[in-house]
Design a protein around this ligand. Structure first.
Ligand code: AP5
Ligand code: MG
Length: 223
């Protein structure tokens, strides 16, 4: 099963993606995390991507598609995977279908209003070493400013500053939101309300995935 998480910045894709990975054992492929690592390590891709990320725009399709292709080749995705932050354009969605045409696709659109999103991103903190994500309001670390896992001092993502968040939201509405209609037309789209607590959001996601897994089981038995 391929799970695709859609949703605006701060809607909770990373949070839900990690829970899916933990509960369903599907590896999470988060293009934002992969790109940030490449920027941190100053790889050729990181150098090309840094400017787009810094100003809240999208990294060119060809670079992101190559990154995902390489990740899918890693050998642990045969049993399925969860995509967080990819695809973000119709061209990326079509490239994904070409590179891995397996049909069982579950697309989850996490919906949250703009006020909720801005509040969450203001309070998000990140561990620069292990990439664990916290929230000063909803998921604070045990000790102020320190990662629970490795004691590293938490940082704020450069693109979480309000003017860049506004730009990312604009880019989402202009370029990524159209994927909702694209996947609805294919009959693969499921909407979940992402404005409540993490538990409330994940309960809806579980319903969608459990139903999809039960359906896939029936299909296999019928064959
Ligand atoms: P990316 O890292 O994917 O950023 P994003 O899509 O803007 O989304 P975020 O990571 O900001 O939010 P999220 O939905 O994951 O929310 P989270 O779970 O962290 O991409 C960054 C950049 O990389 C892009 O701008 C672009 O430049 C580039 N890029 C990446 N992919 C690309 C692609 N495919 N093509 C081109 N360019 C690409 O939650 C947010 C906060 O809220 C956290 O603190 C969390 O703890 C908290 N929280 C989550 N859920 C809840 C809840 N239910 N209740 C309370 N708090 C919650
Ligand atoms: Mg994220």
């Amino acid at each position: 099963m391929r799970v695709i998480l859609l949703g605006a910045p701060g809607s909770g894709k990373g949070t839900v993606g990690e829970l899916i990975e933990r509960v369903y054992g599907l590896p999470r492929i988060a293009t934002g995390d992969l790109l940030r690592r490449a920027v941190q390590e100053k790889t050729p891709l990181g150098r090309k991507a840094a400017e787009s990320i810094g100003r809240g725009g999208l990294v060119p399709d060809d670079l992101v598609v190559a990154l995902v292709r390489e990740r899918l080749d890693a050998g642990d995705t045969g049993g399925g995977y969860v995509l967080d932050g990819f695809p973000r354009t119709i061209a990326q969605a079509q490239s994904l279908e070409a590179m891995d045409p397996r049909p069982a696709e579950v697309v989850i659109d996490i919906e949250a209003d703009e006020e909720t999103i801005i509040g969450r991103l203001e309070a998000r903190r990140l561990c620069p070493r292990c990439a664990a994500v916290y929230n000063l309001r909803s998921q604070p670390p045990r000790r102020a400013d320190l990662c629970d896992e490795d004691d590293e001092t938490l940082i704020r993502r450069d693109d979480d500053h309000p003017e860049i968040v506004r730009k990312r939201l604009r880019v989402y509405h202009e370029q990524t939101e159209r994927l909702v209609a694209y996947y609805a037309e294919k009959g693969a789209l499921h909407r979940v309300a992402g404005g409540g607590t993490v538990d409330e959001t994940f309960a809806q996601v579980r319903q969608v995935l459990d139903r999809a897994l039960a359906g896939a089981g029936k299909e296999q038995t019928a064959r």
